[in-house]
Design a protein around this ligand. Structure first.
Ligand SMILES: OC[C@H]1O[C@H](O[C@H]2O[C@H](CO)[C@@H](O)[C@H](O)[C@H]2O)[C@H](O)[C@@H](O)[C@@H]1O
Length: 595
């Protein structure tokens, strides 16, 4: 996974290997069917390679702070640059690949194999009538490729071999459109490049964070922005499906959707970075998506607020390094995860405090959610880790219910909003008392994953962060110690032990990067700054050469695992950096001091 770089246009994105191969592309949206799917299959499922026929090394970096990726190939005969980007604000979704000779001369190859419908549908390819290039049509989709380089059809793919000499430049421009309309028009490549560079530079330049690790923080925020669907303000958890949590394993999920949990945390990170527009747009997305009957609140939605996210397995894809099944859609959409109420309500609370313009139904929506929560908070749920082994009384879920009532009570107190505040105070206290008696194991001196068990859960690290108990409470100290004792692998944090939690899934998984950043936060809360710094540095050190993080890290194989790049990991990195710099972790719902 570390070999991939991300390019995107805030509608979709592509993963580009350090070998010049685009192996993942979904058009026109993040959640559309992939038309290039080699990432979770083989070359036969679609890829687009532009690279030297042979090279010795390749080195890459983003230009400036943005999403224009430059890969430099050194070959025995010369040096060549490949510049990849997806133009911002183009009339049609587009990928531009520019080949520039930077020394000597280099034999290059271009191999395009489009396979629509997640790597299975072979398109009908024809030459463009009046200009150089081809169109590929498969059902509703049309892709057009324009280039000065002569193209040939070979083995059901489009290829070209060409030579690039120092100072020479060739362009490949591929765009998507619906097949019942004329092919998208040609674009001005230089203008698109300069506009895209300026867009990202300007966006990154607005970052309010100033402090240690600012490069990693900026790269994380730019990555989060790239995972945002600009049209609606929704944010995907990751742009990929089924990158495995264990190489060869079956814990492979589709993350191209908008989780309320992940996205509300993104809102907090965006605001910490000074990006209030994005925060506002996400909050508006939230209002629209969850609008309607509070009993129908889902834990996740499509990027435009879609509710049906049917999960299915793709039998023709052999998976990333053999990790099957490859799944599309996500059955977690139908789960009950009570923490989501706390996440959403604390986000609304924070937005209110930060004076983000409110939709006029914001408070009535919150009231409706809380009234519903009042009827269901005692129920078991699937928890924040979305287990598939049956519902339980998860301690963290209950603590987030406590937070939902606590923040709403504060909203009533601070803004004179109408609501049954006395009743809610009583519920808040009842939840608190229940967690402290049922969710705390005296022998272990730790809170536990669910009531009456002695299993641990890294989500418990959030208890002081949400203000459930102060950081110096002996029960919190005991819980952090227990997590350190039982959930660390090589210093990185497992979200729980898969051998002691019946999560309904076989196999294991890597250390969860967001939880590892939460341990950094815990060390800050406890004043253990040197350990916080050291762990943060190690975690940032796991990023690939482009600063990208997956969901998890396998400490045994020493490689990233899980979907890539993952918003949750980058959000947690941003928050931990701010906390480390400020030597303070604000209670969730209070604003981070960004600048
Ligand atoms: O562990 C089983 C579950 O794994 C996925 O959920 C994880 O990803 C979510 C998106 O980042 C995150 O919000 C959640 O906390 C994680 O556990 C998967 O999406 C689920 O379908 C699956 O049951």
């Amino acid at each position: 996974m570390e070999d991939y770089g991300l390019i995107g246009d805030c509608a979709s994105c592509a993963l580009v290997g350090r070998n010049g191969s685009i192996d993942w592309l979904c058009w026109p949206r993040f959640d559309s069917a992939a038309c290039i799917a080699a990432l979770v299959g083989t070359e036969e499922n679609g890829r687009w390679l532009v690279a030297p026929v042979e090279f010795v090394t390749s080195k890459r970096a983003y230009r400036d702070s943005g999403m224009v990726l430059e890969t430099i190939f050194e070959t025995r005969t010369g040096r060549v640059a490949l510049i990849d980007f997806m133009p911002i604000d183009a009339a049609a979704p587009t990928i531009v690949r520019i080949v520039e000779g930077r020394g000597g001369q280099v034999e290059m190859t271009n191999k395009l194999k489009l396979r629509f419908d997640y790597g299975t549908s072979i398109p009908w390819v024809t030459r463009l009538p009046d200009e150089a290039g081809i169109t590929a049509i498969a059902g509703p989709a049309l892709v057009v490729l324009r280039t000065e380089v002569p193209l040939e059809g070979e083995d059901m793919r489009t290829v070209s071999n060409f030579t690039v000499k120092e100072g020479e430049r060739f362009t490949f421009v591929m765009s998507y459109g619906p097949s019942h309309l004329p092919a998208p028009a040609a674009i001005d490549v230089d203008q698109a490049l300069s506009h895209t560079l300026t867009y990202w530079e300007e966006w990154a330049g607005r970052c309010a964070y100033d402090g240690p690790h600012s490069h990693a923080v900026k790269r994380s925020l730019v990555t989060l922005k790239a995972l945002t669907f600009a049209e609606t303000g929704g944010i995907v958890a990751a742009p990929t499906t089924s990158l495995p949590e264990q190489i060869g394993g079956g814990r492979n999920w589709d993350y191209r959707f908008c989780w309320l949990r992940d996205a509300t945390l993104t809102l907090v990170a965006m605001m910490a970075g000074g990006y209030y527009d994005e925060a506002r747009r996400w909050r508006d997305w939230l209002h629209r998506s969850v609008a309607g009957s509070p009993e129908q609140l889902q834990i996740m939605y499509g990027i435009a607020g879609e509710r049906q996210l049917m999960e299915w397995e793709v039998p023709w894809l052999v998976g990333y390094e053999g990790s099957v099944p490859v799944r599309v859609g996500n059955a977690a959409a139908g789960q009950l995860q009570l923490d989501v109420y706390g996440e959403v309500i604390s986000a609304l609370h924070l937005a209110r405090r930060e004076n983000l313009r409110q939709a006029n139904y914001g408070w009535s929506l919150q009231l409706g959610l809380l009234e519903h929560l009042e009827t269901i908070w005692k129920e078991p749920d699937e928890g924040m880790w979305e287990v598939r082994g049956g519902r339980k009384q998860f301690t963290v879920s209950k603590a987030f219910c406590w937070m939902a009532f606590d923040r709403s009570i504060k909203d009533i107190e601070d803004y004179d909003l109408p609501g049954p505040v006395e009743r809610w105070r009583a519920v808040r206290d009842e939840i608190h008392a229940m967690i402290c008696s049922e969710g705390f194991n005296k022998e272990k001196n730790s809170f536990t994953q669910s009531f009456g068990t002695d299993a641990l859960d890294a989500g418990l690290l959030l208890l002081p962060v949400i203000g459930f108990l102060p950081g110096d409470d002996p029960r919190i100290l005991g819980t952090v110690e227990a997590v350190e004792r039982e959930l660390l692998v090589d210093g990185f944090v497992l979200r729980y032990r898969t051998d002691e939690t019946a999560d309904g899934l076989s196999g294991g998984e890597g250390a969860f990067l967001a939880c590892s950043f939460w341990l950094v936060d815990s060390y800050v809360v406890l004043g253990r700054y040197a350990e916080a710094e050291a762990l943060f540095d190690r975690l940032v050190g796991l990023s690939n050469d482009l600063g990208l993080l997956a969901e998890e890290y396998d400490p045994h194989l020493r490689r990233q695992v899980g979907n890539f790049p993952q918003a949750f990991s980058h959000v947690a990195l941003v928050s931990a950096a701010v906390h480390l710099r400020n030597r303070k972790v604000p209670v969730r719902g209070e604003m981070e001091e960004a600048a």
